[in-house]
Design a protein around this ligand. Structure first.
Ligand code: GDP
Ligand code: MG
Length: 170
């Protein structure tokens, strides 16, 4: 850990969301961004990004042994995506990663339509390949994915007020 990090307070928990090429192509970006905001997420960064096949292979390198890997890489490189960095309010301990995973729903959009009809993958995805959205699945993956897309991104500190500041107001 860097010197001074403790004094400056904890960083916000963040997650990386991707509006995948199928949803961008279908014109759903604005509706999805509205759903993100309605659910109380803060958008700390947003970028339209056309992944090369090489970048898609790197992003999903942990899936390289899956039989669907080539199809996944071709899909992710098939058109522009929108990459978002999300956090939630001023609570450094917010379960932003799990909350976003819950809102997007099961990875297979046909299952999502049955089991979680309000989820984003139910509403904007097609099947288990073209499922419209990505969400980091752990703190470690969020950190890796953030560095992949936004190498210079500084995660904001939690806005929770230190005790002295509260006392000064009285
Ligand atoms: P996620 O973490 O919910 O996105 O799901 P996974 O980690 O299991 O898979 C990563 C991504 O690979 C999914 O979001 C899908 O786009 C894709 N994928 C997963 N399973 C399959 C499959 O069986 N076939 C195909 N073509 N793509 C898949
Ligand atoms: Mg996964």
């Amino acid at each position: 850990e860097e010197a001074g990090e403790e004094d400056a307070g904890p960083q916000k928990e963040v997650t990386v969301a991707i509006i995948k090429p199928d949803a961008v192509q279908a014109g759903h970006v604005e509706d999805i961004i509205q759903r993100v905001k309605d659910a109380g997420f803060e958008i700390l960064a947003q970028e339209e990004r056309m992944l090369t096949e090489e970048e898609a292979r790197e992003f999903y390198s942990h899936k390289a042994d899956e039989e669907f890997f080539d199809e996944l890489v071709a899909f992710m490189a098939s058109g522009p995506s929108h990459v978002l960095v999300l956090s939630k309010g001023d609570d450094a301990g917010a379960e932003v990663i799990d909350e976003w995973r819950k809102i997007i729903g099961p990875f297979d959009s046909t299952v999502a339509k049955e089991e979680a009809p309000d989820s984003l993958r139910a509403q904007y995805g097609t099947d288990k390949s073209m499922n419209a959205l990505h969400g980091s699945d752990s703190h470690e993956m969020a950190t890796r994915e953030l560095a992949f897309f936004f190498p210079n991104f500084q995660i904001p500190k939690s806005e929770a007020k230190p005790a002295e500041k509260r006392l000064q107001r009285t």
